[in-house]
Design a protein around this ligand. Structure first.
Ligand SMILES: [Zn+2]
Length: 253
């Protein structure tokens, strides 16, 4: 059984590097990644990127956080267009997995309306708690579109065969999760924002944007252990790493 993984760049964000790497100077331009996984029993989307309204009016869509980002998001970069370019319709997705509910990971959820969303229960609960939602910068317009929800607690095996498994990596947000995908070449871990950059893991250096530093360190320890055992870590927003990842329609081998 072969699992196919496809990487898509759904925009670019330029921001202060220190937001991603505490104490660092300067700016960084980072990709907004989404992933399509094709399993013999269904298609999985891991994160949905930015909302299509960011194409036309980022300030209106993102509100007060818009000023922290210079955004490149051109026609053809939104998730529906990226999938369409591969011949995949938005109705062909069977599971929409969100690493977490920030605007650059769940903003395109409304474009994928006909399948359940899979997320950690504690992420959903945080997004619906006014204090935690405000603290974490969750915006209801990103994630509240009436999807059926599969709320999971910790590890969750999507197809029951160990090939596509949600891994809790809390800390960046209360219920952040990563995704383990078993390719013929070995395990890949799509880390989302549990690990922004290669340097995050190599230097164990936390970002400024986080919910719980201790939990985030524990999640990084877990990723490091998976890496030590041979898994390939796909950093969430690392432009140098991303330049080495084949883009859809090519497969990640
Ligand atoms: Zn992000």
């Amino acid at each position: 059984m072969t699992i196919r993984l496809y990487a898509m760049t759904c925009g670019w964000l330029t921001m202060n590097l220190k937001a991603m790497l505490e104490g660092a100077e300067g700016k960084i331009k980072v990709p907004v990644p989404c992933y399509l996984i094709e399993h013999p029993r269904g298609r999985v989307l891991f994160d949905s990127g930015l909302n299509s309204q960011v194409l036309t009016d980022p300030a209106a869509r993102l509100g007060k956080i818009a000023k922290y980002y210079d955004i490149v998001f051109d026609p053809g970069m939104d998730i529906a267009a990226r999938l369409g370019a591969m011949g995949v319709g938005v109705g062909d997705i069977d599971y929409l997995i969100n690493s977490h509910l920030h605007f650059d990971h769940a903003g395109g959820n409304d474009a994928i309306p006909d399948c359940p969303m899979v997320l950690q229960r504690r992420e959903w609960e945080a997004a619906n708690d006014p204090d935690l939602a405000a603290k974490n910068g969750f915006m209801r317009q990103d994630f509240d579109h009436g999807h059926d929800r599969i709320l999971v607690d910790g590890e969750h095996d999507i197809f029951g065969d160990g090939s596509v498994v949600c891994l809790p990596t809390y800390g960046h947000t209360p219920g952040h999760q990563s995704l383990k995908v078993r390719l013929d070449t070995g395990d890949v871990i799509l880390t989302g924002d549990a690990c922004y950059l290669r340097r995050t893991l190599e230097e164990m250096r936390l970002p400024m944007i986080l919910h719980d530093a201790d939990e985030m360190r524990r999640s990084l320890d877990k990723l490091k252990e998976l890496q030590r055992r041979g898994a390939r870590i796909f950093y969430g927003h690392d432009p140098e790493f991303w330049a080495t990842v084949p883009q859809a329609p090519a497969r990640v081998a």
